[in-house]
Write a protein that binds this ligand. Structure first.
Ligand code: AMP
Length: 562
């Protein structure tokens, strides 16, 4: 990454003022590498084939140029852009992103996905929509009903294309693309580029600009010697998880990297509330303010800096012991940059990364770049914390005993209680009081462990097609078959079942194995460990408007398929 690229701003990308304002309000300080590379060609109308994982900022990389090209003033009823995504969750997230960025443009965005009442979608469609974010199955439903007219779509985005193909959506995608004009612009983003994606791109993209992220490798010796760990944490639990990690690591001086100014401010507040001496550092602060923060850090009155990349660039702090990535960095180079701040002068540094389960692929990219693996750590449990804090109380008591100063005055208390109570019981009560008043008592909720969401098995680039022979691709634990009470007569297709399971139970397309569909029911192979979750998640759900019954396959069901 060259210096000149580093200093590219959103304004340099010639985005319209409404977008620049929205980005500034959100606290985004600069474009991520995928945004720097993708925004200009997409805004210029070129097709783009981008390799980028979740966490790189890829959503804004296509949303901003689409919004950039949105007509001023009154717009028509029919959508001009269509984004296809594999899951309902992503459909909602991408819609929210369009809303946030396009607020001042009055953009009309509609997510359409299975499981949502179709009536509401129909109403919104007839009122007029600019951008549709859809899962392929539901888009096809609408096209077949004649309720979604793609005749005026000028841009189609295939987001997480590899995941959509893994879920068996390839025919749906092709059918949808065939409904749009040949003159359309097509943008394809995928975390991996297996042959099937390349084939899809050859067929539907015209002379695409290719963008590949995270392929630069560090020269040997460049990556500093740092202990690198990662914690898999759902977004909602991140503040608590960070507090707990800091409690166990007890860093002497740490910098915590955040994505936006907002995040910096919020996290600083949270950590101060937890008793840390944390200070914010972001691009919205004057040089003078930043200098003062740095001075307090050097003087040791601050032990945590909460910073954005922009603000931390060029900082020379050689006393840092820990770098914490509150989010997976948007590019592998940014990661290398950040961890270069610890482990200097032969000291061992520690780099800690918090990743959401869906960002696991970005961790792999970073591993390839640094040629070093992350140790996936389990979050300290409430029991771990309790043990550790008791240990702190014990150490404090031991110190007091060794020093012996001023203990004598309490002898009268112990002796008078000794007439009535056992001496050990008196000690226990005294320890309890000391523990409580030292703030070592804990009042914490358990944080769900997500470390299993990173499978260490190498992923096959070319997953098998759905059908009798394919095997589930998730690691270990065996598989079981689930019985679904809908089959061919209800027009059920494999991708409908994969879509429902992925959406409701949060499994990935590649966790799901062989699927058999008979006239009246279907059988789907899932990882044994996930079976109960799938059953309870799908209870009361509907597929194609029909109520779905699901249970473990019984012998009777197996016999009927013969
Ligand atoms: P994505 O890879 O699209 O899922 O984005 C990952 C996260 O990064 C989202 O929470 C975005 O809001 C955030 N984000 C995207 N672009 C930027 C940027 N330029 N600066 C700061 N945060 C960003």
């Amino acid at each position: 990454m060259s210096q000149s690229q580093e200093s590219v701003s959103f304004a340099d990308l010639a985005l319209r003022s409404e977008l620049l304002k929205a980005l500034a309000d959100l606290g985004y300080e600069e474009p991520t590498p995928i945004q720097r590379e993708s925004i200009p060609p997409i805004a210029a109308g070129s097709d783009v084939l981008g390799q980028a994982a979740t966490g790189t900022g890829k959503t804004a990389a296509f949303a901003l140029p689409i919004l950039q090209r949105l007509a001023e003033g009154d717009r028509g009823v029919k959508p001009v852009a269509l984004v296809l995504v594999p899951t309902r969750e992503l459909a909602v997230q991408v819609s929210q992103a369009f809303h946030r960025y396009g607020r001042d443009l009055g953009v009309r965005v509609l997510p359409i996905y299975g499981g949502q009442p179709i009536g509401r979608q129909l109403q919104a469609l007839s009122r007029g929509v600019d951008v549709i974010i859809a899962t392929p199955g539901r888009a096809i439903d609408h096209i077949n009903r004649g309720t979604l007219d793609l005749g005026e779509v000028t841009t189609v985005v295939l987001d997480e294309a590899d995941e959509m193909l893994d879920m068996g959506f390839v025919e749906d995608i092709e059918a949808i693309l065939d409904e749009t004009s040949d003159q359309r612009q097509t943008v394809l983003f995928s975390a991996t580029m297996p042959a099937r994606i390349a084939a899809l791109a050859r067929r539907y993209l015209r002379d695409p600009v290719r963008i590949e992220m995270g392929r630069q490798e560090t020269t040997p010796g460049e990556a500093p010697k740092v202990r690198q760990s990662a914690y898999m944490v759902a977004r909602a639990h991140k503040p608590a998880a960070l507090g707990r990690i800091l409690d166990t690591e007890s860093p002497a001086a740490a910098i915590v990297f955040c994505r936006t100014r907002e995040e910096v401010d919020q996290l600083t507040e949270t950590l101060n509330g937890r008793g840390y001496r944390a200070e914010p550092l972001h691009g919205g602060m004057s040089q003078d303010q930043r200098d003062r923060v740095m001075a307090r850090m050097r003087a040791g009155t601050t032990d945590l800096l909460i910073a954005t990349d922009v603000a931390a660039r060029g900082l020379d702090i050689d006393l840092l012991t820990h770098v914490v990535n509150y989010n997976v960095p948007s590019a592998a180079e940014a990661y290398v940059h950040r961890i270069g701040r610890v482990g200097r002068a032969g000291r061992e540094g520690v780099a800690i990364t918090l990743a959401e389960p869906r960002e696991h692929r970005m961790l792999k990219t970073i591993e390839q770049t640094t040629k070093q693996r992350f140790t996936i750590e389990k979050l300290p449990t409430v029991a771990d914390l309790r043990t550790r804090r008791l240990e702190m109380t014990r150490a404090a008591l031991q110190e007091a005993l060794v020093a012996g100063d001023g203990l004598e005055q309490f002898r009268v208390v112990v002796e008078s209680l000794g007439d009535e109570f056992d001496i050990v019981d008196i000690a226990l009560a005294a320890v309890q009081l000391a523990h409580q008043s030292s703030g070592n008592e804990i009042d914490e909720q358990e944080i769900p462990d997500q470390s299993d969401s990173v499978s260490r098995k190498p992923r096959r680039d070319e997953p098998e097609r759905r059908g009798g022979k394919s095997a589930p691709r998730s690691g270990g634990g065996g598989t079981v078959k689930l019985f679904f009470g809908l089959g061919r007569r209800a027009n059920i297709r494999p991708q409908d079942l994969v879509g429902a399971i992925a959406n409701e139970a949060g499994l990935s397309g590649r966790d799901i194995g062989a699927i058999e569909i008979t006239d009246r029911f279907s059988l789907v192979e899932v990882p044994a460990g996930a079976a109960d979750d799938v059953i309870s998640a799908l209870r009361n759900s509907t597929v194609k408007g029909k109520k779905l019954t699901v249970r473990r396959e019984s012998f009777a069901a197996r016999k009927r398929t013969k």
